[in-house]
Every structure is written in C-alpha cells, then in structure tokens.
Design a protein around this ligand. Structure first.
Ligand SMILES: Nc1ncnc2c1ncn2[C@@H]1O[C@H](COP(=O)(O)OP(=O)(O)O)[C@@H](O)[C@H]1O
Ligand SMILES: [Mg+2]
Length: 597
C-alpha cells in the first residue's frame, strides 16, 4: 500500500491533541494487570526491599558512633567493631540487591514475553483485510521497535524501582532518626524536583510517540526499498535516489527527536544537581543559627550530610522511572491498539463439529453478496451455486469480475455480507477455522515458499507427515524427480539465498503441499495462468491427480482447462451471467461462446 503523503512529513507536524489524549487514556490499571500473575515474585521483591532498608539504617548510626565516641575516646576495639559492622551492612545489602535484580528482571522479561506472544497470535488471527489495509513494515515495527522499547522500560523499571526504593526508604528513615528537624530542611528539594520531572515526562512522552511513528516509517521504507520485489521495482522505475532521500529524511528526523529527548533529561539532571548541592550548605547554616547552635553533635551533622548526599542518585533514579514510564505510555498505547483490534473472521463460540476426514464436500453458495470495506460497489452480488460432492465447477470471467473474491469467501478470508456458504449443509461461519482449513485447500497464482528446506516447506502443510508421505506427494505433483536431482535433494534450501524455483516448479510444490493436506474441497485460482503452455501441461497433470474424487472449483483464464468441468459459471461484474456445461454454453452462443472464440 502506498504511504500517504501525510505519513512522509509526520516529523514536521506537532502531535495533535487527539493523539495526546489517546496516550493518556491507556489506563495504568491495564498496565498493572500485566503484572498480576507475578504477585508472589513482586511480594518477594518488596520483602527484600524492606529487609535491606532496615539493615541499611544501621550505617549512619555506626558512623555517628565512630565520630562522636570511638575516635575522640581512642577506643580501638569499639572502632574495629563499628567498622566491621559498616562493611557487613554493605555486603548484606549488596547481596540482597543482586537477588532483587534477578527476580525483578525475570518479572519484566516474562511480562514482555507474554505481550509479544499475545500481539503475535492476535495479529495472526486477523483477517486478510487487516494486512491489506496495513503498510508492510508497520506490523514488524510495532512488534520489534515498540515492544523492544517497552522491554527496556519495563525490565529496567522493575529493577530500578526495587534497587532505588530500598536506598531512598532506608536513607530517609535514617535521616529522620538522626534528626527530624534537618530532614524537614532537606525537603526543600522535593517541589522543584517533582515539577521538573513532570515537565520532562510530558515532553518525553510526546517525543516517544513521534519517534515510534518515525521508526515505523523507517521500517516501511526498508521494506519497500530492500525487499526483493521492492528492489526490483525501485531499479526498474529508477526510484532508488528518491527512496534514499526518504530514508535519509526519516533518519534525520529521528536524530532530532533523540537529541531533544536526551537533552530534556540532561537539562533536568543539571538543575537537580545544583539544588541538591545547595542543601548541605543550608543544613550547616541551619545547624549554626543562634536558635539551634549546639543542639546537634558533629557526628550527627556529618552522618546526616553524608546520607543526604547519597540520596541524590537513587532519588533521581526513581524520578527517572516516572519519566520513562510516562514516556512508555505511548508505546503501551500503540501495542494495546493492536491487542484491541476486533477479529472479524473469528472462530464461532459454539462450533459445529464436522470431521474433516468424513466430510463429503457438498458446497453451496446461497444468494451470496460481498463488498470490500470502503468500496461502494459489491464485488459479488446474489451468487447462488450448487456444487455436489466430488464434482467440478469452473469459474470464468474477465479480470476484476470477482473470481478471486469468490475463492476467498470459500476459504473464509472474508465473510459474505449477505447470504451464506455451506459445506454439507453447515454454514462456514459455524465451523472451527482449523476444521475449515482442513476441508478447503487453495492453490493460487502466488505461491509463498518459506526460507527453509524443500522438505520443511512441504511439511509445513502437515507437520506429522513422514518423509515417505512427503516424497509420495511430490511424486504425485510431478516434482519428485526434479527435487531428487538437486545436489542436496529434499534438504535444498528454498529462497533468496537458496535455490530459486521457477513459477511452474513452485506451483507443483504448492500442489504437493495441498496433496499432503488432503482437503475435500479444492480451490484452484488461476493456478496455471502464469505458466507457459509446456509447463502448464506438466502442472495440469499434477492437478488432475490432485482433483480426483474431490469437489473442485477451478478458476481459469484459459478456457482449455475448463471444458471438462461438470458445470461452468461465467462471472461478470460480480454476477453470474451464464451457467451450464461447455457444450450447452457454446450452443447458447452467449458470453461464454464469445470468450471461447
Ligand atoms: N482487497 C480489496 N479491496 C478492495 N477491492 C478489492 C480488493 N480485492 C479486489 N478488489 C476489487 O474487487 C473486484 C473483484 O476482484 P477479483 O475478485 O480479484 O477479480 P478477479 O479474480 O476476477 O480478477 C475488483 O473490482 C477489484 O478491484
Ligand atoms: Mg483473480
């Protein structure tokens, strides 16, 4: 699909109000729900935080004792014990920190894993329409860039919260225990810190939303410029330089966004360190004022300012978590948007079980009408057809008359907007999708081969197939000799860096695949029209094997392939204008006779 011109200069426009509210509407509760299965682990993390906070509280008191008692009194034994105590506290809290990081990283990774697999399986269930509407590259970008971005936020968040919270809580408690008056004085840093953080968080979120869209654009350009078909198109149309320009512009906008995002953070950090550095000064001042002078020991003052200084990093760390979480709301919004897509072609809630091995394959279309979303004319209108089990129907008609659309309805790539399609009397919409896929097999003009061995490509159709079954299917599809003749035989790798199969060979591989699935109903959508006459004959023989005993719908451009069909229907602008056998239609001297001439 062509990217809209709007998509290209996205970087220049500001984020609309609508997009802002969208990001805000991602409920924190929904994000929280992702963590519910991990309650025990989170409880363990909390317990560790509390325990290490309590242990860490000892340090300032040990320090005060060193300064106020051990040092002035020259008590070496006390000094050694106090110092040993300080080292022990550090050792224990650090060890607990490692355990904590381990648990919280695990939780973060599991949440991401779940999200990633949910998005993948949900998108997998989307109908073909979704993929037609969505730019290639966009889906990949959301799964890799957006979930990847969230992954770092969620795992680093869990770890940072755990580690920093411990320190902040422990330090604060110790500060209050040492002197609640000085603690009150230290509070002056909080208002500016919170204000700055909120501002930066808001900025970051907007930048993140913009950056992810830009990344998706970049991905689309890569897909359009560096895939086989994309490269071919660019080379033949000479649009390479334009593609490079587009990529360069996208990349430059990303640089700009990253810089702004990074600077926003730095600028806040700088302001905060100035404010923090000023606090000890204020504390000394407070301690020496006429009203308070002499009430605090030197040890208390030193221990207190040491604590206060040590608070900077963890406190900033916690505030940063707030910033990155807010920023990641934009990522969550994009991911939830995908998870919330309704599945338009879905499994029925109460499926009718039709055993795919027992089904006879009587196909009926009853007054079927279908229009593509967004199009005002119906692609198919009032189609009624009856194809008894084991018989063949040929569909002919000009390009755009609706033949492929009809084939898509039979395999449920779309659902009819009116009327119904039944197999052995059961509406397709009442069948489980897996059963339907076992009943209906499709071979079309486009054959998609996976980048793996020939054997695995065939086995993709039926994972439990034995090697013998695979070779039998290939033999029936007239492709076994060719595969066996390759240096690596069935282990030859297919695809861009492997063996390039020609159109006719690919078709025969597709036929072998369909033979392995053994469907009762077979749909062949112009499966041979891209082949030359010579190849077509070989493939046609394979089709004849495939069609034996099955209900077959053949869509053909060349009428030579349809003359033996039990019935032939002529489509025109989505309607059946003629139906009958080859002989009867020729006699009629109507549309079919014209096409045949
Ligand atoms: N995904 C789609 N979205 C909108 N319109 C489509 C789509 N696919 C096909 N059409 C339209 O539906 C009509 C029938 O197309 P199709 O079934 O592919 O015809 P045929 O296979 O007979 O050449 C055409 O007018 C085509 O433009
Ligand atoms: Mg077609």
């Amino acid at each position: 699909m062509e990217p809209t011109p709007k998509g290209r200069d996205r970087g220049h426009r500001t984020v609309s109000a609508e997009e802002k509210t969208q990001a805000r509407q991602v409920s924190l509760r929904r994000i929280g729900r992702l963590f519910t299965p991990h309650r025990p682990a989170l409880a363990a993390v909390t317990a560790i935080i509390v325990i290490s906070s309590i242990i860490a509280m000892a340090t300032p008191f040990l320090l005060r004792a060193v300064i106020d008692r051990a040092l002035p009194q020259g008590d070496v034994t006390l000094l050694v014990w106090l110092v040993l105590g300080m080292v022990a506290v550090a050792a224990v809290t650090s060890a607990l920190g490692v355990v904590q990081t381990w648990i919280s990283t695990q939780v973060g990774q599991r949440v991401m894993h779940r999200l990633r697999t949910d998005v993948f399986s949900h998108l997998q269930r989307q109908s073909l329409g979704f993929f037609t509407r969505t730019r290639t590259g966009e889906v990949q970008s959301r799964i890799t860039n957006d979930i990847g971005g969230m992954q770092s936020v969620v795992t680093s968040t869990a770890t940072a919260v755990a580690a920093n919270l411990t320190t902040v809580v422990a330090t604060t408690v110790a500060m209050v225990a040492l002197s609640w008056q000085l603690s009150l004085v230290s509070l002056v840093v909080l208002p500016p810190a919170i204000w700055l953080t909120r501002r930066v968080a808001r900025m970051r979120r907007e930048i993140t939303a913009q950056r992810q869209r830009e990344l998706a654009d970049l991905n689309v350009t890569v897909e359009e410029g560096l895939s086989i078909s994309g490269v071919q198109l660019a080379k033949t149309l000479g649009t390479g330089p334009a593609l490079i320009d587009r990529f360069t512009a996208s990349s430059a906008r990303l640089v700009d966004l990253e810089l702004r995002s990074e600077l926003a953070g730095r600028w806040r950090m700088a302001s905060m360190s100035i404010i923090f550095a000023a606090v000890p000064a204020v504390i000394y001042l407070a301690a020496g004022l006429p009203g308070t002078a002499g009430t605090l020991s030197i040890g208390t003052l030193v221990a207190f300012t040491a604590l206060q200084g040590g608070l900077f990093r963890p406190l900033m760390g916690l505030l940063n978590v707030g910033v990155s979480l807010t920023a990641s709301l934009a990522l969550f919004a994009r991911i939830f948007e995908y998870l919330d897509l309704p599945v338009d072609v879905a499994d029925p809630t109460e499926p009718v079980r039709l055993d795919p091995t027992r089904v006879r394959g009587h196909l009926r279309l009853e007054d079927v009408t279908f229009g593509y979303p967004g199009s005002d004319t119906a692609a198919l209108a009032g189609i009624t057809l009856d194809v008894p089990a084991g018989t063949s129907l040929a569909l002919v008609g000009e390009t755009g008359s609706g033949k492929s659309t009809l084939a898509g309805l039979i395999s449920r790539l779309h659902d009819p907007s009116a009327g119904r399609i039944t197999v052995d009397g059961v509406d397709l919409r009442d069948l489980r999708l897996a059963d339907l896929a076992a009943i209906v097999g499709v071979v079309s003009q486009e054959t998609y081969l996976l980048h793996t061995t020939v054997r695995e490509n065939l086995r993709y159709a039926r994972p439990e197939a034995t090697d013998t079954e695979i070779e039998d299917a290939a033999r029936a599809a007239q492709i076994h000799d060719l595969i066996a003749g390759l240096p690596d035989g069935y282990d030859t790798v297919v695809g861009s860096r492997g063996h390039r199969f020609s159109g006719g060979e690919k078709q025969r591989l597709a036929i072998a695949r369909t033979l392995l699935r053994d469907p009762r109903i077979l749909v062949l959508d112009e499966a041979t029209s891209a082949l030359d006459t010579e190849t077509e004959r070989a493939v046609q023989r394979a089709f004849d094997v495939l069609a034996q005993g099955r209900t077959t719908i053949t869509i053909a451009h060349r009428l030579s392939t349809v003359r033996d069909a039990d019935q032939i229907a002529v489509l025109d602008h989505g309607r059946i204008v003629e139906a009958g056998t080859h002989a009867s239609l020729l006699n009629r001297n109507g549309r079919y006779a014209t096409l045949a001439a």
